[in-house]
Design a protein around this ligand. Structure first.
Ligand code: AMP
Length: 182
């Protein structure tokens, strides 16, 4: 099964993605993680990605597609995946013809996400250099501009599941499983 998780930063995508991956036994993959790892490399690409991420901007579509498609071509993702954070633009969605089964949108208000992010850190997430308030605000703004149209793209394909991301972790997990009939 090929699943996609979308939501603004702080919506709980990685928490729900990991729970879901465990439950349905398919690997979890986050484009944010991929890019954060690349950003640690002392190469021209690494430095470029670090700069773009820390400013809160999106990595350009052609680079993103090249990197994500290379990952998804690996044998461990052949049977399926829970993909967190991709596609984030309609261009990416249109270029991504991999037979997605369902797209789960974790709906959280900007206010709630900002509140959560200002109290995050320490437990399951590493302290992130790209989480300055300014970068987070930029990312939320970019979500509305570029990723909301992606939700419409999948809604029209009848693949979109919208879940209230402001409930408890367990409740959201159960809702997702119910929608997926798992
Ligand atoms: P995330 O952990 O999903 O919030 O991603 C962190 C950062 O990685 C984003 O702010 C972008 O700079 C970059 N990124 C992750 N996924 C994508 C994507 N699909 N397209 C472009 N940039 C991305």
């Amino acid at each position: 099964m090929k699943l996609i998780l979308l939501g603004i930063q702080g919506s709980g995508k990685s928490t729900q993605g990991n729970l879901l991956s465990e439950k349905v036994k398919i690997p979890y993959l986050s484009t944010g993680h991929i890019f954060r790892n690349l950003a640690k490399e002392k190469t021209q690409l690494g430095r470029y990605i670090k700069e773009v991420m820390n400013a809160g901007y999106l990595i350009p579509d052609d680079k993103t597609l090249e990197i994500v498609l290379e990952y998804l071509g690996r044998p461990e993702y052949k049977k399926g995946y829970v993909l967190d954070g991709f596609p984030r633009t309609v261009n990416q969605a249109e270029a991504f013809i991999d037979g997605v089964d369902k797209v789960i949108y974790l709906e959280v208000s900007d206010r709630e996400a900002l509140w959560r992010l200002s109290y995050r850190g320490g437990d399951n997430d590493e302290v992130r250099e790209d989480e300055t308030v300014r970068a987070v605000r930029k990312r939320i703004e970019l979500f509305h501009t570029f990723t909301e149209p992606v939700l419409d793209f999948y809604r029209k394909k009848k693949a979109l599941i919208t879940v209230n991301g402001e409930e408890s972790i367990e409740h959201i997990h159960r809702e997702i499983l119910k929608e997926l009939k798992k």
